[in-house]
Design a protein around this ligand. Sequence first.
Ligand code: PMP
Ligand code: GLN
Length: 381
Amino acid sequence: GHPALAPFGTTIFAEMSALAVEHGAINLGQGFPDTDGPQAVLDAAKEAIDAGRNQYPPGPGVPELLDAIALHQKRFYGLDVDARSEVLVTVGATEAILATILALVQPGDEVVTFEPYYDSYAASIALAGGVRRTVPLRFPDWSFDEGSLRTAFSDRTRMVLLNTPHNPTGKVFSRSEIDLICRSARERGAWVVTDEVYEHLTFDGADHICVASLPGMWDHTLTISSAGKTFSTTGWKVGWVSGPAEAVAAVRAVKQFVTFVGSGPFQPAVAVGLGLGDDVYAGLATSLERKRDLLVAGLRTADLPVSVPAGTYFVVADAAALGATDALTFCRELPARAGVVGVPVSVFCDDKKATASLVRFAFCKRDDILLEAVERLAALR
Ligand code: PMP
Ligand code: GLN
């Protein structure tokens, strides 16, 4: 295989989802909803297929989706984005992340990110020949130390890769944290690349901050998002990146040789979704907030300390009380032992020790499924 990928093996999601199938276990591992999103979005995809939109779409994305993304950035963040030069549609946020890193990071360049980090970050940085420098977020409040942020930067820092709301911790970065990160990046002339795929999945009134909309940040920021989470269509793989035209063109130059284009009929459907009313966006967040409460309460009943997430699909619990000293081994055994699948947080970390007993559970599942999972976990005590 590719030497840069040697440390990574098979993604944890593939391994744990295979175990879920093998043991007929409840899959709270991989983050995908088990309920469909807005009917209007699903219908729009079927209409696009029936209308014959089944061939290669234009390289940057179909015009109505580019327009819808620009309007979305205006509507939610007050940004004026040029739909023709400052937006690129990708095959999920995953491609946007890889293509952005390949476009901007040269071998030896350093990329600062927080750990735990989404698994594709490390692999994408490695494929570009970049060097990952991580700043630890500490359980249970996921705060970070200003000193460790400072030491993560050097004169080789090319990019900060920030994910907010954050997978797997559920942390929504605060304005003061983001200001500090942006200031550090600006001092080094580094790009800020933000992964905002959970932008609409925030709870308790937590305010998602779109970094590109902060004063002076547009010219230094590339914003990545995706329809997967917002419309509960993770299998459609419609993502996008927006930012200054020259940088977006550089990402497009990479993208054309990775997938060229993708997701033809799903692109106009996502355009319809992005234009739906505020009630649809709020309804999804409210429904997930309730599911979060269900799972958090259940994990607490099982006597597991949890970090209550302010966003995303995920809650992290400390499973030490269930005998988890090495969460990877624990999670490999859990499907057979309890009929539940979770994901060890350590796979998203360079420091495996600090997170050795932490397990991530997804709550984007039907209530009856969550309740059954919690019962099974409680029975382990
Ligand atoms: N970033 C984060 C933080 C994620 O959790 C995910 C997983 N959905 C992605 C990127 C990938 O998004 P997509 O499915 O649109 O490729
Ligand atoms: N983003 C989802 C998660 O973190 C799914 C990731 C994947 O399947 N690659 O669980």
